[in-house]
Design a binder for this molecule. Structure first.
Ligand code: HEM
Length: 595
């Protein structure tokens, strides 16, 4: 090969003519290395043309750009490899380090780019929000680029996609005031509501620490001892736990959030994203069979739809609650409890936009594996609610990602706020920082040179229930039979007879693998409190081996255990006992900020 590098040749040619070779160099070589994250993501997301660049370097190199001599021969002496073979060493060392840490939860997934478009003026919907503060929601027809990732939850990165599990439904909106993440699920409720139980819920659905086998005892034991978990538990064992791919699912924000206007007035909202192409599910048998035939079913299905040029769409809707209504003592249910929904007859749905996916990522590791969604990443105009699980999730997702990816994760293109009207971060340095970093700014504030804060974006004040620090629960239903009301509604009114039949069969098929009687009885006792017929139907389907022998049991034991199952592991000391011990977030009576 001619030893003159093509750029050198170009440089001499253009250089002699007085031209600058760098523009050419920037658009052709270096695997995007001359583009910063904003330029890369604007192309990868489809906002600008020109992504998917193929490698057009004239020859292979190592990471230092030094020509790589040969694919098949190490440098040897007497036929044995030498540590001075830097090509060999770097190849192996880089390989040894090339897997990111798996996400602790939701490791198996894939995603696509697209856009969100408002289809209604939200000020008409919310009544009080004459102009919502969030600029990507202001007016009709406003388009915002998005990236979405779908996932299973508790099973490993390479477990079959069709495993029984909730599905993650995470959306990153690249808005003009920064990246907004909704980190939701394909059903509207979660298994626990106090953040101190989060790792337990996940561990109970993970593999046994003894032998790494799937652990049915732990799965059912936690449900047996957590009354509020059995609303999500019912979804888990129903065919909602084995949806047909990523895209035939509705998505839910699950938590309650605030939408706020410029005067600091707010409403509480819940998000619903309804699959335009319908909700489709597999039966347990179909999912098991397909898991073997095509373990990548959901990833492939989405990928191929995008490659065919199809658009995948969801209709975005909200339920709205005025702050003064948001009081469990008035409503009879807790609007800030993520194990509960808002009844749709009381809080109807209002359409406000659509989500459209239309473009595959360019590189799985760069764009999907390193994507980092955080419930705390909210833009001005969208704020938290007094939901304790949301409050804690707002912190710990970033913590997980600083560990999994690194503190400069914002430099990964998919995480970069490339549509933001400003990027002037006050967080500096850290491993592999490669943007302008301090960019000439002092590394402390306040300082006498640059002062560009945005007091207009301070959060809307709200008052909470009391000012007592303690471990006392503020969940309205805790320890009460009413904790089961919504699950009963789902079981008796929403589910069809066929759906109930599948639920019973799916549950019995897993419950029969539980070896401890105390767990089987305890779990069915929870279901008895939802509906005695629910517990009975599953008991009847259990094979006799699961009901006889040392760990066998009669149904009457379930019935007896059901009395008091609503207080399972809920210490009397910590249960709410006064009317004011409930979660509220009212508008303050007087102005808090100086106007
Ligand atoms: C306290 C209970 C929970 C714990 C401890 C937990 C923990 C985690 C962790 C550690 C991750 C990985 C973050 C990362 O490395 O990027 C994650 C991802 C995720 N979580 Fe949770 N989570 C909890 C509750 C929830 C709830 C209530 C929802 C839905 C409303 C949810 C939805 C998701 C989704 C969708 C992802 C995947 C995001 C992606 O696609 O990258 N989680 N969770």
């Amino acid at each position: 090969m001619d030893q003159v590098h093509p750029l050198q040749a170009i440089q001499s040619a253009i250089g002699t003519a007085g031209g600058d070779p760098r523009p050419l160099q920037r658009t052709s070589l270096f695997n995007n290395a001359n583009d910063g994250p904003a330029a890369i993501i604007s192309k990868a997301s489809g906002v600008q043309a020109g992504g998917k660049r193929e490698d057009d370097g004239p020859y292979f190199t190592n990471n230092e750009g030094i020509p790589f001599p040969d694919p098949a021969h190490s440098k040897t002496v007497g036929g044995l490899p030498l540590v001075s073979d830097t090509f060999l060493l770097q190849k192996q060392q880089h390989f040894n380090r090339s897997k990111n840490l798996e996400r602790m939860v939701h490791p198996c997934g894939s995603g696509a780019f697209g856009y969100f478009e408002t289809t209604a003026d939200v000020s008409d919907l919310t009544k009080v929000l004459t102009i919502i503060k969030a600029n990507f929601l202001s007016g009709k027809g406003v388009k915002t680029p998005i990236f979405m990732r779908f996932s299973t939850v508790t099973l490993g990165r390479e477990f079959p996609d069709l495993a029984r599990n909730p599905r993650g439904f995470a959306i990153k909106f690249y808005t003009g005031e920064g990246n907004y993440d909704i980190v939701g699920l394909n059903w509207p409720v979660f298994f626990c509501r106090d953040p101190i139980q989060g790792p337990d819920v996940i561990r109970s659905q993970s593999r046994s620490p003894k032998n790494f086998l799937l652990d049915y005892n732990s799965l059912f034991d936690l449900l047996a001892l957590t009354p509020e978990a059995n609303h999500a538990g019912m979804m888990f064992f129903s065919d909602h736990g084995t949806p047909n791919g990523w895209r035939h699912n509705h998505g839910y924000g699950c938590h309650t959030f605030k939408w706020v206007n410029k005067e600091g007035k707010f409403v509480y909202i819940k998000y619903h994203f309804l699959a335009k192409h319908g909700q489709k599910q597999f039966t347990a048998d179909e999912a098991t069979k397909l898991s073997g035939e095509d373990p990548d079913y959901s990833k492939r299905e989405l990928w191929e739809a995008m490659e065919r040029g199809e658009e995948v769409e969801w209709v975005a809707k909200i339920q709205i609650m005025q702050p003064e209504e948001a009081d469990a003592n008035l409503l009879g249910f807790d609007p800030f409890d993520v194990t509960k929904v808002w009844p749709r007859d009381q809080f109807p749905m209002h359409e406000f936009g659509k989500l459209v996916l239309n473009k595959n990522p360019e590189n799985f590791h760069r764009d999907v594996e390193q994507a980092a969604f955080s419930p705390g990443s909210m833009v001005p105009g969208i704020e938290d609610s007094p939901d304790p699980l949301l409050q804690f999730r707002m912190f710990f997702y970033r913590d997980a990602q600083y560990h999994r990816i690194g503190v400069n994760l914002h430099q990964v293109p998919v995480n970069y706020p490339f549509m933001s009207s400003s990027f002037s971060s006050l967080n500096f340095d850290g491993a592999t920082r490669n943007d302008a970093n301090h960019a000439g700014n002092p590394q402390y504030t306040p300082n006498s040179f640059k002062h560009k804060f945005r007091p207009d974006t301070a959060e809307a004040p709200y008052t909470v229930a009391d000012n007592i620090v303690s471990r006392k629960s503020h969940y309205h239903h805790e320890g009460k039979l009413s904790d089961y009301d919504q699950a009963r509604e789902l079981y008796t009114r929403v589910m069809t007879p066929e759906q109930r039949e599948h639920l019973h069969a799916n549950t019995a098929d897993l419950l029969r693998r539980v070896t401890a009687k105390v767990i089987k009885v305890g779990y069915l006792a929870q279901l008895w409190n939802i509906d005695p017929g629910y517990a009975r139907a599953i008991y009847e389907l259990l094979p006799s081996a699961a009901k006889s022998g040392e760990e066998g049991f009669e149904f009457v034991e379930v019935q007896n255990k059901a009395k008091g199952a609503e207080v399972a592991r809920k210490e009397a000391k910590f249960r709410p006992s006064k009317a004011e011990e409930r979660l509220v977030g009212f508008c303050p009576q007087t102005n808090v900020y100086n106007m």
